[in-house]
Design a protein around this ligand. Structure first.
Ligand code: FAD
Length: 290
């Protein structure tokens, strides 16, 4: 299949991209890595009349630490985030999540910003971003906004970005030393989109007590979901096998899956339980230095 005809512009600054978006409004789409948009155009699921290529905006390609945050430009390639020593050290769950996306050639083109704006409910980056409580910085004609994951992601393939806004940056709090973490997913084959994914983070206090737990689920709702009641089971506790089992069951209740070609809703819910339990056991092990 070939895409329908479109006009093509390149932008070399954020201001230029915004002014093009303002001019063409709903007819225009940003293209970054093209790894989601181009297949959609080829299948004519998306038929933008105007493409605005942001690959020339070098100011959006960076990974750095600012105080207690890792700050990543929207145009940074998934592979660069995955292999960044800073991300691997300070935010390893994100590097792990990205390593599970498709194949290396896709990650070499695909960008962190493109994955977030595409908002696929079976994508790895949004699950990690929810779990990490990261913030998205977007810029448009009337200035800048910083959005929490719950404000940014609205539904399947839908964010709260206005037609003339672009995502410019992701800000991720650094994980403290000895934080336990895990990113696990169920796929039929390595590189496939997942059926269920789970990000678990255990913030540890004194005496092996978990101060705060975060459990984030992917593939079981229109956006990623924080399993808050399951998190509460673990907060303030020494994490035992019995608590992990209970938290897995509670997290499965928070899942809101639908049946589709890949798996039934019942299967997704049960695999949520299994993968939360597996993920929490791995996170506990890492918190102990294992
Ligand atoms: C074979 C294959 C397998 C894949 N497997 C996986 C997988 O297992 N897991 C997974 O998570 N992903 C997978 N992907 C998708 C991949 O991760 C994409 O790269 C990513 O989802 C989109 O990033 P991109 O930079 O290519 O965005 P593009 O395709 O260029 O754009 C995607 C959308 O985001 C918008 N956009 C992009 N950047 C911005 C911005 N800065 N501001 C505003 N709007 C913007 C575009 O207008 C478009 O609507 C796969 C892709 C392919 C082709």
């Amino acid at each position: 299949m070939k895409p329908s005809a479109f006009e093509y512009f390149t932008a070399s600054t954020v201001a230029e991209a915004i002014s093009l978006l303002e001019r063409y409004e709903d007819e225009a789409k940003i293209i970054a890595g093209g790894q989601s948009l181009v297949p959609m155009m080829n299948f004519r699921v998306a038929q933008p009349e105007v493409l605005i290529d942001i690959n020339g905006i070098k100011e959006l390609d960076y990974i750095r630490q600012e105080d207690d945050e890792i700050v990543i430009g929207a145009l940074t390639r998934e592979r660069d985030v995955e292999l960044s020593p800073l991300v691997q050290e300070k935010c390893p769950i994100l590097a792990e999540a990205i390593s599970l996306i498709g194949h290396a050639s896709i990650r070499t083109r695909g960008t962190i910003g493109g994955s977030l704006v595409h908002a696929d409910p079976a994508a790895e980056i949004p699950v990690a971003i929810y779990g990490l409580d990261a913030k998205m910085k977007v810029v448009g004609p009337s200035g800048e906004r910083t959005l929490e994951p719950e404000e940014f992601f609205l539904s399947y393939l839908t964010t709260s970005l206005e037609p003339s806004e672009i995502l410019v940056e992701v800000r991720i709090p650094v994980l403290p030393q000895k934080t336990g973490w895990s990113f696990v997913e169920l796929t039929r084959r390595r590189g496939d989109f997942y059926i269920v994914a789970v990000a678990s983070i255990l913030f540890m206090g004194k005496g092996g007590v978990c101060k705060e737990a975060r459990i984030c689920l992917g593939g079981v709702g229109p956006t990623s979901i924080r399993a808050e009641e399951a998190e509460e089971i673990l907060a303030g506790q020494v994490i035992t096998d019995a608590l992990i089992e209970k938290a897995g069951q509670k997290a499965a209740e928070a899942a809101d899956p639908e049946s589709d070609y890949h798996a039934s809703a019942e299967y997704r819910r049960d695999m949520t339980r299994v993968f939360v339990q597996r993920g929490l056991a791995e996170a506990r092990n890492r918190a102990k230095g294992g």
